[in-house]
Design a protein around this ligand. Structure first.
Ligand code: SF4
Length: 324
């Protein structure tokens, strides 16, 4: 192990050395997520010890779904911050250096009072070690815990992505997410259609998604309602390796045969709104629809929401849009 410390995060960069030796790599392209771009000098200095030339990737990095389409002259991509999405075909060598948060605050007593029965545990990649820690704490307190394996898009048991909650345990009595922010627990809550408790291991805060979930669901149903008469419909198809879903296009065309498909490298309000569609069906990152659709003048629906608006599916069939 060769641990690089960046604020509260630790990253084992040793796998880079092994891959460089294996490939006899000379040139490396380095991709950093938003929060770590400002640390690029420090990270490059560490990786240069392995005797390679390093160029930074200047484009977006929303997740491991968002790797560059190609890496040009480089022999290897080093992607920092996220775990591999195992079912994505990349087409060039990649090393994924996952970040792990080390800041921990013990849970408050009220957490134990709110949990009951079988407790399912979830975390994002940065808090996977915290998930194990919480599991031990809860079992010491006498709780039954469960951490489920996900589908082929998920690397670790209990791990969630903003677009994949296949580690969910529908029959658990309580769902507990360990991590910061509301992005993942809210998606999990929408996927389960149940309340999710949230423990923030950095601050020790303990909250729930209940009210937020109801608000979001009402918004989604309103968007479907006003799209029933939509005539000019466009479909957003992403070029990103882990966001492209050609597989859903046939069902959309069956529901309305004159829909237009548009490929995007970057999905931005200006680029979408410029088409002046009555409604857009987003097949790329589901969180664009769930979290960001308010930034667009165009109404944005998920594929299943579009099928509901065209009466191909029933309202009761609404589900969180996920990528598998
Ligand atoms: S598709 Fe969206 S939610 Fe899924 S990993 Fe990519 S950025 Fe995250």
């Amino acid at each position: 192990m060769n641990i690089l410390k960046l604020d509260e995060f630790e990253i084992d960069i040793q796998p880079t050395e092994e891959k460089i030796k294996e490939l006899k790599a000379e040139k490396v392209l380095l991709q950093l997520p938003d929060g770590l771009r400002r640390k690029s000098h420090k990270i490059i200095k560490e990786l240069e010890r392995y005797g390679v030339d390093i160029t930074l990737w200047g484009g977006t990095c929303y997740g491991a779904c968002d790797l560059p389409l190609d890496i040009g002259e480089a022999d290897l991509l080093v992607h920092i911050g996220h775990s591999e999405i195992p079912n994505i075909y990349v087409g060039y060598p990649v090393v994924y250096l996952e970040g792990r948060s080390r800041r921990w605050t013990d849970p408050p007593k009220k957490l134990f009072k709110r949990l009951k029965g079988k407790v399912a545990l979830y975390a994002s990649i940065q808090h996977m070690d915290h998930l194990k820690k919480m599991k031990d704490i809860l079992e010491d307190e006498g709780f039954e815990t469960v951490v489920e394996k996900g589908d082929q898009r998920i690397k670790y048991p209990g791990q969630v992505l903003g677009c994949n909650y296949s580690t969910q345990v529908p029959d658990a009595d309580t769902h507990l997410y360990i991590g910061t922010g509301r992005f993942h627990p809210l998606g999990l809550s929408m996927s389960l259609k149940k309340e999710v408790f949230v423990f923030n291991p950095v601050t020790g805060e303990f909250t729930s998604t209940e009210n937020k979930m109801d608000r979001l669901l009402r918004k989604r149903f309103a968007a479907i309602n006003v799209s029933e008469e939509a005539d000019k419909v466009g479909v957003i198809l992403s070029q990103k390796k882990g966001q492209r879903r050609d597989g859903v296009l046939d069902a959309l065309k069956d529901a309305k045969n004159d829909i237009i498909i548009a490929e995007f490298d970057e999905i931005e309000p200006d680029l979408v709104d410029d088409f002046q569609w009555d409604c857009a069906v987003n097949t790329a990152c589901p969180r664009i629809t769930l979290d960001d659709s308010g930034n667009y003048s165009t109404r944005i629906l998920t594929p299943i929401e579009f099928l509901i608006s065209k009466k191909v599916k029933k309202w009761e069939e609404w589900e969180m849009d996920e990528i598998h």
